[in-house]
Write a new protein. Structure first.
Length: 225
């Protein structure tokens, strides 16, 4: 079933999924996180990482942030990093990109900054983040937790949730609602594809984007309208 969900999600775009979240009264998609490297749509299940300010406690082994998540991850998954410490430095870098790429991960999404963007581009690894920086995390921040709930934008995200990210935005889908969201998003995408075809064949845009378009999110999958 998870493989079927992954295939269906990958066929959609973030806008259709965002509209489905709105329709189902789920937390909205996240704006402002852009593709810095790889420049492709990514979709898959999430592994979360939370970062904290300062050096790690002395009791913890010397281990760089996000390495645990990479070693936990399976091919096709997406690492999502919360770097909201207020300290300007990278929550992801080039050696991490190489390791994640070798494991077949779909990409990384950073609520914060990332670095070594040219390196990620060179290997074709997809990095989404709020922006880029050359400032290292070493001595500035550390990993607080892997696999625990985090916040991206104003959306709570848990390991095992689903995500899709493209040039329009980033949408997180709670694990237990992926079937409902996919059904709704596919219905919306189908309806909008028909509207696009109508415009391309000469129908007036004011008619195509009239009542049917404005009320599209009121229609549930299987309804005629």
């Amino acid at each position: 079933m998870a493989d079927d969900f992954a295939i269906r999600l990958a066929r959609l775009d973030c806008c259709a999924v965002s509209d489905a979240l709105d329709q189902l009264a789920l937390p909205a998609s996240v704006s402002g996180i852009g593709s810095l490297a790889g420049h492709r749509r990514i979709a898959g299940t999430v592994i979360t990482v939370e970062l904290a300010a300062g050096k790690p406690p002395a009791a913890l082994p010397a281990r760089h942030l996000c390495t645990t998540a990479i070693e936990m991850a399976k091919a096709g998954q997406v690492i999502v990093v919360e770097q909201r410490t207020g300290i300007e430095c990278a929550g992801w870098g080039g050696i991490l990109s190489n390791a994640a790429h070798l494991r077949g991960l779909a990409g990384v999404i950073v609520e914060g900054l990332a670095r070594d963007i040219d390196e990620a581009n060179a290997i074709g690894f997809t990095v989404y983040a709020r922006g880029a920086t050359a400032r290292t995390a070493r001595g500035r921040i550390h990993e607080a937790a892997t696999g625990m709930p985090i916040v991206v934008g104003d959306v709570k995200v848990a390991t095992g949730d689903w995500v899709i990210a493209d040039a329009s935005g980033t949408a997180f889908v709670p694990f237990g609602r992926i079937g409902d969201v996919l059904d709704a998003a596919e219905h919306i995408a189908f309806k909008e594809a028909g509207m696009t075809k109508a415009v391309s064949t000469g129908h007036p845009i004011s008619q195509v984007m009239g009542a049917n378009y404005e009320c599209l999110l009121d229609q549930k999958p299987g309804q005629v309208g």
